[in-house]
Structures are given as structure tokens and as C-alpha cells.
Design a protein around this ligand. Structure first.
Ligand SMILES: [Zn+2]
Length: 215
């Protein structure tokens, strides 16, 4: 079998790698340019990889935006507070939850101070994350203190799951929170004994809650 040299048009052997007349390289294009081929191949792989990374980033951004649109807890700038706004499924009445975690954790979980407006009712409670030590009735003895003020002892209503205590007169407590830097709470945990935790409450903004209550 034979063919024509593509440079000088002389007849050359089919399997010849070089023309015996003009010494032209008779190998196929990819064999003559292995480095160029490898470079192009790697570039394509690189573009595909970069493309999939971009897709993943775009996907996570979309998720982030979705979460923001769902109005999950959003941190209030330069404070420890989180704000979450929602609507009642039943009557579209607004629901506002403002919360802050304690500076200390109790066996790996940080108690949470929550100011909540729901159905035009204001609640302020601390979710201690662990069961409180039972007492007679549904109230639990605590002491709390705003900044350097005199500590107050109170028997607060506990939640059904025995982990949270609700402040009486939440409007008064909300007003106190608005001017305070820290709220300390001492309580008795069923498992972990006496606990004292502090909440960094400075920057508390009651406007979202008050708007909700006025609804
Ligand atoms: Zn030739």
C-alpha cells in the first residue's frame, strides 16, 4: 500500500513516518503535536471543572437567597440578637421572634432568651435547653439581674417541656431589656444543678415586636 506525500506529492509507503524524498513529517496531526493536544485537552477539562465549581457556587447563593427570603433568623448587625419575622398560617397575623444566646453554654447547649410577639401576645422567656429542677406547681424559682442592679428573685411560669421559664409582665421586661447591656439568670437545672448564665442584651430593638403587637 502506498500514498502521496502531502508536501512533495511523491509516492511514499503507507506506514512511513517521514517522506524519503522531502523528509516531511508524515505522521497524523495529533501525533505531530502531542503537547498542543495535551494542552487543549487539559484546558477543556479545566473549563469544565471551573464551570461545575461556578454552578455549585451559584447554587449555594441561590439557597442563601432562598433562606433570606424565607425570613429565617437574621442577626441584627453588631449585636448578639437574631430577628425572625413570620406570619400566622391561620390568619396572616404577624409573628416576630427576637432572640439572643447566653454567653455560657450548659453542657454544650446555650440557653436562649426569646422575645416573641405572636397573635398580638408578647412573651419573654428563657429556653434553658435542659429540664429545670421540678418544684411544686408549674412555677420555677430563679434570680435575675440587669447589669449592676439589685438581683430579683421570682417564681416564673415554666413551659410544658419544663425547659423554659416565662417572665411575668413581659412589657416591663422588654422596656428593661431596651436599656440594658446584660441580663444574668440563675436557675436550677435538673441534671446540672445551679446555673448562672448571662445574655448580652445590648442593642435590643423592640420596634419590630411593638409593630407586631400594634397589629
Ligand atoms: Zn515528500
Amino acid at each position: 500500500m502506498s500514498r502521496e506525500c502531502r508536501m512533495c506529492r511523491e509516492v511514499v509507503a503507507d506506514e512511513a513516518m517521514r517522506c524519503r524524498h522531502c523528509t516531511a513529517d508524515l505522521r497524523s496531526w495529533p501525533r505531530r503535536h502531542p503537547i498542543l493536544l495535551a494542552t487543549v485537552g487539559l484546558s477543556i477539562v479545566g473549563v469544565l471543572l471551573a464551570g461545575s465549581v461556578l454552578l455549585m457556587v451559584a447554587h449555594s447563593w441561590a439557597k442563601e437567597l432562598e433562606r433570606a427570603a424565607a425570613k429565617g433568623p437574621q442577626q441584627v448587625a453588631s449585636t448578639g440578637w437574631y430577628l425572625e419575622t413570620d406570619k400566622s398560617v391561620m390568619d396572616d397575623s404577624p409573628k416576630v421572634v427576637v432572640s439572643v444566646l447566653s454567653n455560657q453554654d450548659v453542657s454544650g447547649k446555650n440557653p436562649q432568651l426569646v422575645v416573641r410577639c405572636e397573635g398580638s401576645t408578647l412573651d419573654i422567656y428563657v429556653d434553658t435547653r435542659w429540664a429545670l429542677r421540678p418544684e411544686d406547681g408549674n412555677r420555677r424559682t430563679v434570680r435575675y439581674r440587669f447589669d449592676g442592679e439589685r438581683p430579683l428573685q421570682a417564681r416564673l411560669l415554666s413551659s410544658g417541656n419544663q425547659q423554659a421559664v416565662f417572665f411575668d409582665r413581659p412589657q416591663v421586661v422588654a422596656k428593661k431589656l431596651a436599656g440594658a447591656r446584660a441580663l444574668a439568670l440563675e436557675y436550677q437545672s435538673l441534671t446540672w444543678g445551679e446555673q448562672t448564665v448571662t445574655f448580652p442584651v445590648s442593642g435590643f430593638d423592640s420596634r419590630a415586636v411593638q409593630r407586631c403587637l400594634a397589629h
